[in-house]
Ligand binder design. Structure first.
Ligand code: BG6
Length: 497
């Protein structure tokens, strides 16, 4: 008999066994901003009961100092109404191991001093160059062994910086951990609105029949931020928008919009469908970058009403930097469902508004019956991933009165009014999934490599066609005007930010 597929994957409340969560890089920003609040939230909801949070870092700290950091991380607005006693009770689960990432004795201390509970989730919130070394030390210390309990590893982005480095890192990880033990995180997959893409498509009957090149003219995926380099100039200089956002978050969103229905929600079923999308991406290389991509960098302007410097003036940034803070791409998929449908991707820092959304723009009706034969605006289905999370269907309606004039109106679902509750943070969901061993919302080795293969083609194209212009755009605007050329000859328009 077939197992109930719903036992896997999206949505069901599940309780992990007693476990230790070991955070490498525990003194860093991610631990304070995301991991501790997410673990506390799981604790408050009763999803985790028997656990230890073990910080592992070079910092000269004691367990007491780490507990103080944990308590301080819970002082924000989000938990302002939670009893202090609960925060203290949570912080009492925290312990600290002071060690260099290269020092075998730190790993021995972890193994022998914290043998219980035997299930261990290692979270690598570390700079990317530390990953290979930590994995190796874990293996040497016998900490990847699963004979007493599980040993799983969560690896943060950036997972490599091109195809070769991603392959090398995957090989390192695979030398210590089996693929089922590895959880490559992309926090976008933990966002409720992102999970809802699959639910909308495959949990309803009316959308899927029009979800193809017969009815869809083009798809836009936008990830616009008002933030700038935010003190991460050093990292950003080695990344740029394509590596920072497209290789991971944007291609994952593209996969969820474009994939075929999986046969069930097992991790392997879902990830196999996503992989097919990545493999169907039409190569953009040196010959295509000039027409299919745009790169831009912000100059001085405004952000949320305040004057802000240009990218080249940000701390840690080379004053002559040619790193892109904006990129737009026209991507095609060589698949029966999507052949001929452009996917227009754009992402940038310091744009006029923060908005992550996906929109499907439908073909017009074949005959123009109304509004004196004028072309009606195309119908659109918009996923607002953030902010004002929701889904909107824009279509044309008759303006009341004696004419057949039409106007675009909206059917609008918003999470806030439909469900009330605050949406859980992505990390909360993903940590819980890793604790119960559900890898559906994590990236498999071959997925990472397929997305890097595509992105490395673009990077290589940019490198060899050094002539590709770096456009500039003022901070606080819609981005470089050159992105218009990706729209093609028709009357397509980027959605206004
Ligand atoms: C990160 C990028 O992965 O995602 C950042 O490194 C970016 O540059 C961030 O700001 C955006 O995530 P979110 O959840 O704030 O949209």
């Amino acid at each position: 008999m077939r197992e109930n597929p719903l036992a896997y994957g999206l949505g069901l409340p599940r309780e992990p066994p007693a476990l230790s969560v070991v955070i490498f890089g525990a003194s860093g920003d991610l631990t304070r901003r995301k991991l501790v609040p997410a673990l506390f939230s799981l604790f408050l909801k009763g999803r985790i009961g028997r656990f230890r949070v073990i910080g592992f870092a070079r910092r000269d700290w004691t367990t007491e100092a780490f507990r103080a950091l944990v308590r301080a991380a819970l002082d924000g607005e989000e938990f302002s109404r939670v009893d202090r006693a609960l925060k203290d009770a949570f912080a009492a689960h925290a312990e600290f191991v002071r060690s260099d990432f290269d020092d075998p004795s730190g790993y021995a201390a972890l193994r022998d001093g914290f043998a219980e509970p035997p299930n261990r989730l290692f979270y690598l919130a570390t700079p990317p160059d530390a990953c290979a070394r930590i994995v190796e030390r874990l293996r040497e210390a016998g900490l990847a062994d699963q004979s007493r309990g599980f040993a799983r590893i969560v690896v943060e982005k950036p997972f490599g910086r091109d195809l070769d480095s991603a392959r090398a890192l995957n090989a390192h990880v695979a030398a210590a951990f089996a693929e089922e033990q590895v959880f490559r995180i992309d926090h976008y997959l933990g966002k409720e609105t992102v999970q809802n893409i699959m639910l909308l498509r495959f949990g309803n009957g009316i959308f899927e029949p029009v979800w193809n090149n017969r009815y869809v003219d083009h798809v836009q995926i936008t990830m616009a931020e008002t933030l700038g380099a935010e003190g991460r100039g050093g990292y950003y200089e080695s990344a740029g928008a394509l590596r920072d956002m497209v290789q991971n978050h944007m291609l994952q969103l593209l996969c969820l919009v474009a994939m075929e229905p999986p046969v069930d929600l097992r991790p392997e079923s879902v990830r196999a469908e996503k992989l097919k999308v990545l493999r169907s991406l039409v190569v953009i290389g040196a010959r295509e970058v000039g027409t299919e991509t745009v790169r831009g960098q912000y100059t001085r302007g405004t952000a949320d009403g305040a004057e802000v410097p240009g990218y080249r003036q940000e701390p840690g940034v080379n004053p002559a930097s040619t790193v892109e803070t904006y990129t737009a791409l026209r991507v095609h998929l060589a698949s029966w469902r999507w052949a001929g449908v452009p996917f227009l991707l754009r992402t940038g820092k310091r744009l006029s508004r923060r908005a992550t959304e996906i929109s499907l723009h439908f073909r017009r009706p074949p005959v123009r019956l109304f509004a004196d034969g004028a072309a009606p605006p195309p119908d659109t289905l918009v996923f607002r991933i953030q902010p004002r999370e929701g889904i909107m269907l824009g279509f044309n309606a008759k303006v009341p009165g004696p004419t057949t004039d039409m106007r675009t109106v909206a059917m609008d679902f918003s999470y806030g009014s439909a469900f009330g509750d605050e949406l859980p943070d992505a990390y909360e969901r993903l940590l819980l999934d890793a604790m119960v061993g559900d890898a559906t919302l994590f990236m498999r080795r071959d997925e990472i490599e397929a997305s890097w293969e595509f992105v490395t083609g673009v990077l290589e194209g940019w490198r060899v066609s050094g002539a590709l212009t770096l456009e500039t755009y003022r901070a606080g605007t819609q981005g470089p005007a050159a992105a218009e050329r990706l729209l093609g000859d028709g009357d397509r328009q980027w959605r206004r930010l």
